[in-house]
Ligand binder design. Sequence first.
Ligand code: ADP
Ligand code: MG
Ligand code: ZN
Length: 479
Amino acid sequence: MTDYEMVIGLEVHCELSTASKIFCSCSTKFGGAPNTHVCEVCSGMPGTLPTLNKQVVEFAVKAGLALNCDITRKNKFDRKNYFYPDLPKAYQISQLYYPICRNGHVDIKTANGVKSIGIHEIHMEEDAGKLVHDPLSGKTMVDFNRCGVPLIEIVSEPDFRSADEVIAYLEKLRDTLQYLGVSDCKMQEGSMRADVNLSVRPRGQSEFGTRTEMKNIASLKAIARAIEYECERQIDVIEAGEKVVQETRRWDDEKEYTYAMRSKEDAQDYKYFPDPDLMPIEISEEYIETVRSQLPELADAKRRRYVEELGLPEYDADIITGSTTLVKVFETTCAICGAPKDASNWVMTDLLKLCNDNHITPEDMSFRFESLGEIIKMVNDGKINRKTGREVFAKVFTDNVDPAEYVEENGLAQVSDLSAIEPVIKEVLASNEKAVSEYLGGAEKNFQFLIGQSMRALRGKADPQAVREALQKLLDEMR
Ligand code: ADP
Ligand code: MG
Ligand code: ZN
């Protein structure tokens, strides 16, 4: 049987995290009551004029620079005309002829090493509204809140050869845009959506096969499943002596198959033309350099610095840099306690365990991030012991208590004062005569037992090192 290879190109839409929409001052906030973030501009009233939100350009340039693109100095917006009930103007303002970024690339990690994925272009456009199907009344309603939310569409070259590469790329895009602060890339809220163009060809053939396009698949897992299914389907079609039809197909993640929605024959003619309401935008070299100088440290550079300069294990550095929230906690913690390795230990063990136990992701944590550094500092300064620190952190995590106040109010401070420790140890020695005399007779292992008894008598609040020293001293005096 012929050996086939899949070829994939992605069109990824990301909603930008600007406070207001691209052509009006309505809020972009997700989840408002239907039709409450709407005005005459974004609801497409006749006679209204769009005004470009400057920050959209800044965010698009930021994304372009981070994805190694050339920035187009002369930009224009175009109208993409089509009718659909979620698009009140009956056209979408987009960029066809002069997209803001071109010729970029992203390096991803694959099983066979690093691979560069080409980015054909990135353009700015506005999002459409949303149709809401009400199963009870059988009616369909329209919510215009999303109309005019700014998007960038990132179009890749057909450079992917496996589902794994696609997932690695999407994760890399998500990390990058989140680090830049230009998009939250939440697939579950639709702020990152991927269209997958896929074809197959006999391995070794240089021409591409005919492709299909699967739109708006809702999660990375679903994308991987859709790719495997569609690849098999196309191979079956070719093996049966038929031809793959260029069409848009919908992936049904529950039933796990794709079905045809729209073929090339009835593909829409969008009758693009330059938008006459918006002036062309000229981007100066100076502006580009200013934006470039403001780019934050991105995931790869951060990961390297954590390992090489802070001495974190690679595994820890990978996990922490995989989430901008973990980065924030980690860096805040380091700044306060000054001990990067301790900070990463606490994040990797206690913090991730607390997230797990409380069934939340790091993104949903709501405590004051400074608290963790304050706790570590108290532990490292000997004010509380590790075990107490862990208890205080659990309380901080769930109830956002102030660590120092909590320790004070609950009398959790560690006792390291000898005058407080010695009398208690003396009592322990008096009530464990047998263990003491065995120890004095050479049973070294009883020392650990006596430590345990002393710690318990001090209700776990004593500094273990101070207890050890005091016990040794008292025992030596008894020889
Ligand atoms: P259109 O404008 O018709 O959507 P584009 O040329 O813009 O087509 O391509 C859209 C996406 O499809 C791009 O990401 C591109 O890499 C990808 N693509 C193009 N041809 C193929 C192919 N034969 N197989 C897989 N992907 C393809
Ligand atoms: Mg396209
Ligand atoms: Zn508006």
